[in-house]
Every structure is written in structure tokens, then in C-alpha cells.
Design a binder for this molecule. Structure first.
Ligand SMILES: C[S@@+](CC[C@H](N)C(=O)[O-])C[C@H]1O[C@@H](n2cnc3c(N)ncnc32)[C@H](O)[C@@H]1O
Length: 390
């Protein structure tokens, strides 16, 4: 493993890599202690699954664009809790090729007379650049986030960019003209290629659009999803819900071992991707529904529908009461909860374990080395379900 424990000059301003300078084994010990502190009251926390090479793993790289005091174009991250851009040239956790592409774009702006957007004056065009890379396919998507759909000499710009980086398979212009802290706006204009990239996970192919959620650490994602499937231990007869399904990854992987799967997700772009993903992988026993997961499951429970397993992977905020309530009403035999925030996980487990569920297994996975984030897969079983006759 390459040792890079002390090299990032902007770590303090960025706030992302809180474990900068901490040897990887020690990072894992800290994460284990933190997770146990929050979760051991529910049962045994298995030892965290770490990475062999914990650097340059992020396959989604975002850079904000602006100018420094001298008027030079800079690209990087926002200083913690502010909108001041800190110039970043070599981030130790982001994909190297994606960072190279961002540097190339920065160098091209002057000759193409493209101004970076200034939030205070409202003047300029380019706000952010997002690069996503398919780990196993090598496909690369570049998203140029601008305040206006009018991008001067766009065809020549794309041509020049691809000349430097022929690996780029698609370029998208995303229009974000609002005063918002969200990076992406709602409108996409495809400038080159199909407007999405594909990646392979656990032998299946997945399509990723500019705004769809897709795990950012592909090596650890296979371990994470592998654990989720191991915990669900399906036999091929189960009816499954993949709640908060994103582009359908977990549900499509689960469909191989289930009777049928329903995926639910708020983001319509992700649902479109999920449906395409099912088709692409010739999966017929899965369907995807747009909407609020809690609302949808409440509706299923009200109609007396039965579900055996709920796989759930909510955002950092965890699940809301409506969702947890719908879980109790639907009363699946097993819940496999994939969480990227042990604090909200602890809160939701408290709610579920005071009612019908018991925690059986908890497995932390290090999805974000050098940062202080921990992902945890938890298996809960329904106390009211009688064990099935063999
Ligand atoms: C952590 S991601 C998980 C995605 C997916 N399971 C995966 O591994 O790629 C959480 C997802 O929940 C979706 N989401 C957030 N709130 C939701 C809600 N109330 N109902 C359904 N989906 C929701 C987000 O759009 C996002 O795609």
C-alpha cells in the first residue's frame, strides 16, 4: 500500500479527509470504536472490512470553478461551511484520471473565452465540473455545470477536450441557474456520446446518469452489497422490496436470488436508469416505482400485500417515521438496512427494536477511507415470524 498519510496541503480547509495523517490501520480502529460506541447496545458489531489500497478510490469527482484574488481561474472544493473555493490539484481520495480531466478543462477556459461564474455578481458561465468514471468499463462522463445553456464553441470545446482525453465517452451540459448549494440543476443537454456511462458490479451492468446516486467506491461496494446479500440469505422464493433503490443496483443483484423485487425511489432519473438496468441485464422479476418509499410501502400494507424481505439504503438522514411505521405494518420477516450514517442508523434501530424487530448482525464496511464516514449493513429479524418448517 502506498503511504500518503501527510501529504494533502488543504486537508484542514477542506474538512473531507478528517483522518489525514492517521495510518490506515488506526483509521479502521477509530471507525470500529465509533461504530461500537453507537451500536453495541443492539448486539455484536463485526470487525470493519477495510481496503487494500485506500487511496484514489472516488469514482465521482466534483470541482467548483471560480477565481482567486489575483483573478486566476481556480478549481477545487468549497472551504468547509463556506462558499470560498479552495484550489485542489491532487486529492488523495479522488480518481486520478478524473482529476487530470478537471485540470485540462481549467487550462482550456482562457483560450475558449469561458468565464467562471461569480456568485456575488451573477457574472460568468461555468460553475462546476463533475467527472464520473466507470471503474470496470473505463467509461468517463464529464458534466459541465453552467448558468446558461449557451456555451460558446461547444463542439470545438468537446473536440479539444477529447483530443487530450480520448477516454471520455460522454459530455453533458447541465444548466443550474439558481442560487443554490446543489451542484446540479435539472436540465441536461448532451453534447457528446449517450449522456450516461455504464459500469459493472457483481457481474451485472449498470447505467449511471449525471444526477443518479451510484456508490463512489466501487471496490468496497462489491463487499458491501455482498454482505447485504449474505445477510438476506434468500432462497429464491422471497418477495423483496428495495427501498431507496437509486439506479436499482441492490434490487437487481437481489433479483437473482428472489421470486420478485420491487424497487422504490424518489429520483425519476434514477428510476429511468433502474428500468434500463433491469432490461440491460435481462432481469424480468423486478419492477421500479417512482415515489416516496414510506408512502408506497404504507399503501402495500393497507392492501394486505405480503413482503418477505425489505432491503433499505436511505440517505444520511436515515428513514423518517412514516417509513419506519410502514415497515412495521408490512412486517417483513427480514430487514437488511444499509446505512451510511451510524448515528441515524442507531436512532432507527432504537425504534424498530422497541417494537417487532431484533438485530441479528451488524457489519461495518470502510467505504470512505481517510474520511470519518462508516457504512454499516445490519440484519434485523421479525420476532413475530415463526421459523419456517424445513
Ligand atoms: C444512499 S442512496 C441509495 C441508492 C442505492 N440503494 C444504491 O446503493 O445505489 C439513497 C437513495 O434514496 C433516495 N431517496 C431519498 N429519499 C427517499 C424517499 N423518501 N423515498 C424513496 N427514495 C428516496 C435518493 O434519491 C437516493 O437515490
Amino acid at each position: 500500500m502506498e503511504q500518503k498519510e501527510n501529504i494533502c496541503s488543504v486537508a484542514k480547509k477542506c474538512g473531507g479527509c478528517r483522518y489525514q495523517g492517521v495510518p490506515y490501520e488506526e483509521q479502521l480502529r477509530k471507525k470500529q470504536r465509533y461504530t461500537e460506541g453507537l451500536l453495541k447496545k443492539f448486539g455484536k458489531v463485526e470487525p470493519i472490512i477495510g481496503m487494500e489500497d485506500p487511496y484514489y478510490y472516488r469514482n465521482k469527482v466534483h470541482a467548483a470553478f471560480g477565481r482567486d484574488r489575483k483573478g486566476n481561474v481556480i478549481s477545487g472544493i468549497y472551504e468547509e461551511k463556506s462558499h470560498r473555493i479552495v484550489s485542489v490539484d491532487d486529492c488523495m481520495i479522488e480518481d486520478k484520471k478524473s482529476q487530470e480531466i478537471i485540470r485540462t478543462i481549467r487550462g482550456m477556459l482562457k483560450s475558449f473565452k469561458i468565464k467562471t461564474y461569480d456568485e456575488d455578481t451573477g457574472y460568468g458561465l461555468l460553475r462546476h465540473v463533475l467527472v464520473r468514471r466507470g471503474f470496470s468499463t473505463g467509461e468517463i462522463m464529464v458534466v459541465l455545470v453552467t448558468v446558461s445553456p449557451i456555451f460558446p464553441s461547444k463542439n470545438n470545446f468537446v473536440k479539444a477536450l477529447r483530443k487530450e482525453h480520448p477516454e471520455i465517452t460522454t459530455v453533458v451540459l447541465n444548466i443550474n441557474d439558481r442560487q443554490t448549494s446543489m451542484v446540479l440543476g435539472e436540465r441536461n443537454i448532451v453534447l457528446y456520446g449517450p449522456g450516461f456511462i455504464k459500469d459493472r458490479l457483481m457481474g451485472l451492468t449498470f447505467r449511471i446518469s449525471p444526477s443518479s446516486f451510484y456508490q463512489v467506491n466501487p471496490v468496497q461496494t462489491e463487499k458491501l452489497y455482498g454482505k447485504a446479500m449474505e445477510f438476506a440469505a434468500m432462497t429464491g422464493h422471497e418477495r423483496v422490496i428495495d427501498a431507496y433503490c437509486g439506479t436499482g443496483t441492490i434490487g437487481i443483484i437481489a433479483s437473482k436470488k428472489a421470486r420478485d423485487v420491487i424497487g422504490v425511489e424518489l429520483n425519476r432519473d434514477a428510476i429511468r436508469d433502474a428500468r434500463m438496468n433491469a432490461r440491460e441485464n435481462h432481469i424480468r422479476n423486478v419492477r421500479f416505482v417512482p415515489g416516496d418509499a414510506g408512502w408506497f410501502m404504507e399503501g402495500m400494507a393497507a392492501e394486505g400485500e405480503k413482503v418477505d424481505v425489505v432491503l433499505m439504503d436511505p440517505p444520511r438522514a436515515g428513514s423518517d417515521r412514516k417509513f419506519l411505521h410502514s415497515l412495521l405494518n408490512l412486517s417483513p420477516e427480514k430487514i437488511v438496512y444499509v446505512s451510511c450514517n451510524p448515528e441515524t442508523l442507531a436512532r432507527d434501530l432504537e425504534y424498530l427494536t422497541r417494537r417487532d424487530y431484533q438485530v441479528k448482525k451488524m457489519q461495518p464496511v470502510d467505504m470512505f477511507p481517510v474520511t470519518d464516514s462508516v457504512e454499516v449493513v445490519t440484519l434485523l429479524c421479525n420476532r413475530r415470524t415463526r421459523p419456517k418448517m424445513k
